[in-house]
Design a protein around this ligand. Structure first.
Ligand SMILES: *[C@@H]1O[C@H](CO)[C@@H](O)[C@H](O)[C@H]1NC(C)=O
Ligand SMILES: *[C@@H]1O[C@H](CO)[C@@H](O)[C@H](O)[C@H]1NC(C)=O
Ligand SMILES: *[C@@H]1O[C@H](CO)[C@@H](O)[C@H](O)[C@H]1NC(C)=O
Ligand SMILES: *[C@@H]1O[C@H](CO)[C@@H](O)[C@H](O)[C@H]1NC(C)=O
Length: 364
């Protein structure tokens, strides 16, 4: 039965424009999660679906005034944009700069502190949907066929349950695969499935397997304490009956995993987990003239595209110089997306750009 429901949703998502489209509700997300989601939504709209995106009033990346093929459903949240921005900065500061100078114990203490704030803020966002009568009324009256969400932003499972509609996740991974394992029931024997973020591979010797086992256990305890406990309390209160937030997450009909079998280590999967890595790629457009010239000058050596993602704009000069001198040693021409000050050790093969058309550089 569940499989049949999943197949229906997949058909719904893949239906071509000849078929009447579905009504798709989309859960809010931020930074690269939203950039990724946006491309998915454009394709859904192209295929004739009617797409509506929930947009929190204090979003950093979502803009409900931006013209798009999909509609927006703005909702109010009591957390200010400044607070979110400050939190993002703190989190980056921690994960890029501070961690290097901390002991394991300090890293965990700080990580738990950040996790706690993150959960608190997430639930405030959720208040703006499930505890807002006008929004819940709009959602019910909307008669949506399915809710599409990145579970990194919690509460979509609760909302889908309240609306009585199927749920489709789009996820890269969770810490130590906690959500996929415990909620999605994905098998993960610690002897050969390395926990995400453990820095291990699928070829582990005995001591590494022991460490992997402990890594899973440790993350599970931390997340239970700082995420699931809070979630259970909130979900139970809203539903008026004891509810496990993890079980709710497990109710998702399909998990679209943004990776591919050639990128991750082999591991057992379930039929409702689908690899969709590269789903956001598009045919490449011509490059700007100056960039085309630089890329062509590399001859047979090819190019290297280097970027630290959406959020990292600058580095300490030590780190920037270390990266620059390493890049200077490769035979390829390097395009580095970096807007900090130019490192002294920058090689003649490397050019800095504030922004790079990654899809056009790497696409076919
Ligand atoms: C949102 O989009 C509108 C329309 O494109 C634009 O005028 C406005 O500056 C954008 N706001 C932000 C905060 O980016
Ligand atoms: C959000 O807040 C604004 C300003 O306080 C108000 O006008 C609007 O009705 C609110 N929207 C919802 C959906 O509650
Ligand atoms: C296991 O591998 C790690 C990393 O390569 C190594 O440091 C360690 O000594 C190995 N342990 C055993 C028992 O072989
Ligand atoms: C990066 O830039 C921000 C804003 O200009 C600044 O506050 C921060 O200290 C810089 N970080 C580093 C590592 O230089």
């Amino acid at each position: 039965m569940e499989l049949r429901v999943s197949a229906c949703i997949l058909l719904l998502l893949c239906a071509t424009s000849g078929v009447d489209g579905g009504k798709i509700l989309v859960w809010p997300s931020e930074v690269s999660h939203w950039i990724n989601m946006k491309l998915l939504l454009e394709t859904l709209v192209d295929r004739g679906h009617q797409v509506t995106v929930l947009v929190p009033s204090s979003s950093m990346f979502m803009n409900s005034s931006e013209p798009a093929g999909y509609g927006y459903l703005p909702f109010n949240v009591s957390v200010s944009k400044e607070f979110i921005e400050k939190f993002m900065q703190d989190f980056l500061q921690f994960s890029i700069y501070e961690m290097d100078h901390m002991s394991y114990f300090q890293i965990y203490a700080r990580f738990m502190e950040l996790l706690k704030i993150n959960m608190k803020v997430s639930l405030k966002f959720l208040d703006g949907v499930v505890k807002s009568e006008p929004i819940m009324k709009k959602l019910k009256d909307g008669n949506y066929d399915v809710l599409l969400a990145d579970p990194v932003y919690p509460g979509s499972d609760l909302t889908a349950d309240l609306l009585g509609i199927p749920l489709v996740f789009s996820l890269r991974f969770s810490l130590a695969n906690n959500w996929e394992r415990l909620c999605g029931q994905l098998p993960a024997p610690p002897s050969y499935v390395p926990g995400a973020m453990s820095k291990l591979t699928d070829k582990m010797n005995f001591s590494e397997r022991v460490w992997n086992f402990l890594f899973y256990a440790l993350q599970d305890i931390v997340l239970e304490q700082y995420m699931w406990k809070e979630g259970d309390k909130y979900y139970s209160e809203v539903r008026g009956t004891p509810t496990s937030a993890c079980k709710m997450m497990g109710n998702a009909d399909i998990w679209l995993m943004r990776t591919y079998w050639d990128f991750d280590f082999p591991r057992p999967f379930l039929p409702n987990f689908k690899f969709v890595g590269g789903i956001h790629c598009k045919p490449s457009k011509p490059l700007p003239k100056h960039m085309e010239k630089f890329v062509e000058s590399s001859g047979d050596d090819g190019i290297v595209v280097f970027s630290l993602g959406t959020m990292v704009k600058n580095l300490t000069s030590d780190k920037a110089n270390m990266i620059a001198s390493a890049l200077a040693q490769v035979p390829q021409k390097v395009l580095w997306r970096y807007s900090g000050t130019k490192p002294d050790t920058l090689g003649s093969n490397t050019k800095l750009y504030d922004w790079i058309p990654q899809n056009d550089l790497l696409g076919e």
